[in-house]
Design a protein around this ligand. Structure first.
Ligand SMILES: *Cc1c(COP(=O)(O)O)cnc(C)c1O
Ligand code: SF4
Length: 346
């Protein structure tokens, strides 16, 4: 008896810190790959890719969650997921046609962190950071440091939302709003639930794709239990992003009544073929997600190498329309500063 107790004591005494449980999304967020050398090592790529990444990574650092990296093919520098996150020398080549604020976000700022461009909906920059750094991101130069942080800082934006009765929908964006903790998100959404003229709560997020464990019970309660109809717009560009864990997380959102949509960006070397786009649409529909927008690349400085030739997007959509049911064909759109909606290209 005495002996077995002391043995038990010996067994339970921790010898090193326990690994975080797999469902701990915030640990996954912190533990993301941030070094080009580590990324190349994990993917068995020559170190020269990491050396060439250094300059671009200094301007916009590499961030790639490990579960996303695990979906990449080893030894393949042109893997469509890797291309979205690996900094390249080309990003530092000046392009006189590209700008820092290609979509006119700064003039549309109504209150700190609140962008109001389109009738009936306003977009709140709810969080200053993302779980992944997409090299083509149109907000890669956004002055997040000037955007509000924390409950007090949202007050002017919330006041503007409360006093504008034309608004039916608030879009939480960022950065990625789901990098906020469940309690912080709960406080913000709690305030929005009480605004009588709002009908819908939309979230623009890449987290269910890149860290699917982010879809916790707490998040489902916060998003789906209130008065406002939840709309979750995820962002996947290639079918390989949609692994089984992602399917499970999206299924939970769908079962709780969220309308699920996807936006993708047309990216050279990632999804610029009819086959890739058709497979993305098919897989999204399998998972209960409607392909909503395919965005033309915004001409943001550092992303010009992702641009596709003029007319290709329109051609690809025409091909998809011949192959897929209408609901599986996304709208190909561009964002033009000063326009009252996204501009439909095809
Ligand atoms: C894209 C965008 C929206 C959403 O537009 P929808 O066409 O409703 O998806 C809303 N506000 C801003 C500032 C946007 O950039
Ligand atoms: S998740 Fe969205 S906002 Fe964040 S870097 Fe990617 S494209 Fe940009």
């Amino acid at each position: 008896m005495t002996q077995s107790l002391s043995q038990a004591a010996r067994v339970v005494r921790p010898t090193r810190p326990a690994r975080p449980p797999r469902s701990d999304w915030s640990a996954e967020l912190r533990d993301a790959v941030r070094s080009p050398h580590e990324l190349c090592r994990l993917l068995e790529l020559p170190a020269e890719y990491a050396e060439k990444a250094a300059g671009a990574a200094a301007a916009f650092p590499l961030v790639a969650p490990r579960s996303f990296v695990a979906r990449m093919k080893k030894g393949d520098p042109s893997d469509p997921l890797l291309r979205q996150v690996l900094p390249l020398e080309k990003e530092t080549t000046p392009d006189p046609t590209a700008t820092l604020d290609p979509v006119g976000d700064l003039p549309a700022t109504q209150a700190p962190g609140l962008l109001h461009k389109y009738a009936g909906r306003a977009l709140l920059i709810a969080a200053p950071s993302c779980a992944v750094h997409c090299r083509y991101c149109f907000r890669r130069h956004f002055p997040y440091d000037a955007a509000p942080r924390g409950a007090e800082a949202w007050r002017p934006a919330l006041d503007a939302i409360r006093s504008d009765r034309s608004l039916a929908e608030v879009i939480l964006s960022g950065g990625d709003p789901l990098t906020l903790t469940d309690p912080a998100l709960g406080r913000l959404i709690g305030e929005l639930q009480q605004v009588p003229h709002l009908r819908r709560l939309r979230v623009h997020t890449r987290l269910p794709i890149v860290i699917p464990s982010r879809v916790t019970h707490g998040l489902l309660d916060t998003l789906c239990d209130g008065r406002l109809k939840p709309v979750v717009v995820v962002h996947a560009n290639h079918a390989n992003e949609l692994c089984d864990e992602v399917a499970t997380s999206l299924g939970k959102l769908a079962r709780r009544g969220a309308l699920l949509l996807n936006q993708a960006v047309l990216l050279r070397g990632v999804n610029d073929h009819a086959h890739a786009l058709a497979e993305l649409s098919e897989r999204l529909v399998d998972l209960g997600v409607t392909p909503y927008y395919l965005h033309r690349l915004d001409r943001v400085a550092g992303a010009s190498h992702f641009a596709t030739p003029p007319g290709l997007g329109e051609e690809l959509i025409a091909t998809l329309r011949k192959r897929l049911p209408g609901y599986a064909v996304p709208r190909y759109v561009a964002e033009q500063p000063g326009e009252p909606s996204k501009t439909l290209l095809a």
